[in-house]
Ligand binder design. Structure first.
Ligand SMILES: C[S@@+](CC[C@H](N)C(=O)[O-])C[C@H]1O[C@@H](n2cnc3c(N)ncnc32)[C@H](O)[C@@H]1O
Length: 183
């Protein structure tokens, strides 16, 4: 089933939440998922959309039972539940993420559009994620802009260092993947 009609339809209804007309391309999804390994005990994906990145995360060999998906959009959550049986789909904002099993997350993979968000909202999302992540675990964030997708204020507040991927030109629009870690 193509994700495109659903994605585009929801973008038209909620452009400020979704921010992109089409789902992430495969090369970018693979670059984001590269930070997941099959031995990880708990991984979260936030802003999972219709599941393009989810597919790449599971292709890394992670059992779906160890994956928590946070997605604001109810129609996308229905698609995620059908497409990824076994994964734990939460129709809640990422800023409400919790430690479901008590096991801290070994990685958080984010498709949430953080770049245009105000600092307070960035801080709510990053703060919630860090509070349920293993110390030093990667917070992986896609972006389409030339600047880091978390503001300097947010990075300083949480003492985040970062690395970034090359530009992925095959993505529409071209994308880059940042990996933030708390120092
Ligand atoms: C650009 S789309 C990316 C979707 C998918 N990851 C992909 O790569 O195709 C951003 C997604 O983040 C979701 N979103 C926005 N703000 C969110 C929040 N605070 N918590 C959880 N999901 C959020 C939107 O509903 C949308 O599905």
């Amino acid at each position: 089933m193509s994700d495109l009609p659903l994605f585009l339809g929801q973008f038209i209804r909620r452009p400020s939440e979704i921010r992109s007309v089409i789902p992430t391309g495969r090369a970018t999804a693979r670059e984001m998922a590269r930070h997941v390994s099959p031995d990880m005990q708990a991984v979260a994906e936030i802003g999972a959309g219709t599941g393009t990145v989810t597919r790449s995360i599971l292709a890394r060999g992670l059992p779906p039972e160890r994956l928590d998906l946070y997605e604001l959009n109810a129609a996308f959550c229905d698609r995620l539940r059908k497409g990824f049986p076994g994964a734990h789909v939460h129709n809640h904002p990422a800023q409400e993420m919790v430690n479901r099993t008590g096991e801290p997350f070994d990685a958080v993979i984010s498709g949430v559009p953080t770049l245009p968000m105000p600092d307070e909202l960035q801080a709510a999302i990053v703060g919630a994620a860090l509070s349920v992540m293993r110390p030093g675990a990667p917070f992986v964030q896609i972006t389409y802009g030339p600047l880091p997708p978390l503001s300097e204020i947010t990075r300083r507040r949480f003492r985040l260092s970062h690395e970034r991927s090359r530009w992925i030109w095959a993505n529409l629009p071209p994308a880059r993947v940042y990996v933030f870690r708390q120092e």
